[in-house]
Design a protein around this ligand. Structure first.
Ligand code: IMP
Ligand code: MG
Length: 184
């Protein structure tokens, strides 16, 4: 779905499909350089990171493996609860592996700081983070995020994997959700 197809539910078209593709290509060049000669395991966080994972992994010119984890974060609202639960764990053993977490967005950073501690406890060689989007609140938690696609304002965004109540994930670009959609 094009951003224009959801125009009535959006107040702003924030990032186009082309801008996402170009930025992921730049990040891929950095990742290739940093992981040259190493075995990389990309860990995607379901469901939001599906699009980033699909496009970033295909942009990479080095061999990688992929695994997935599902954790609960927001439920169907628009504010972080801080409660994290594993809904689906990884299949891979992380012992001695170089892990790169692939995320769609870091907002409060609560989900990610929990995930980092969890993955680091499994004996990996390294754990780094690549996120397409980062909101300003993330600065309040001390997580070292190695690759950031775009710094965005503190607004609720949808598209390119990001949802509101499971909708809008299939938008090709990223837009700001109109408050009328979630304010009743
Ligand atoms: P955090 O724990 O506050 O960093 O939020 C983590 C999760 O909340 C993300 O992985 C998203 O699934 C969701 N999230 C945060 N901000 C947004 C947004 O603007 N739109 C859609 N989902 C969001
Ligand atoms: Mg997510």
């Amino acid at each position: 779905m094009e951003l224009s197809d959801a125009q009535e539910d959006l107040t702003e078209l924030l990032i186009s499909e082309e801008e996402i593709r170009a930025r992921l290509a730049e990040l891929a060049r950095e990742i290739e350089r940093d992981y040259a000669g190493d075995d990389v395991l990309l860990v995607g966080v379901l469901k939001g990171a599906v699009m980033v994972m699909a496009d970033l992994s295909r942009e990479l010119r080095i061999p990688v493996t992929m695994d997935w984890m599902a954790v609960s974060s927001y439920g169907s609202g628009t504010a972080s609860s801080g409660v994290v639960r594993i809904l689906k764990d990884l299949d891979a053993d992380l012992t001695g592996r170089r892990v790169l977490i692939v995320e769609d967005i870091i907002d409060s950073g609560l989900t990610l700081s929990w995930l980092l501690a969890n993955l680091n406890s499994r004996g990996p060689a390294s754990v780094e983070i690549c996120t397409l989007l980062r909101k300003p609140d993330a600065a309040r938690v001390s997580i070292d995020v190695k690759y950031v696609g775009f710094e965005i304002p503190n607004k609720f965004v949808v598209g390119y994997g990001l949802d509101y109540d499971e909708r809008y994930r299939n938008l090709r670009g990223i837009g700001v959700l109109a408050p009328k959609v979630y304010e009743h």
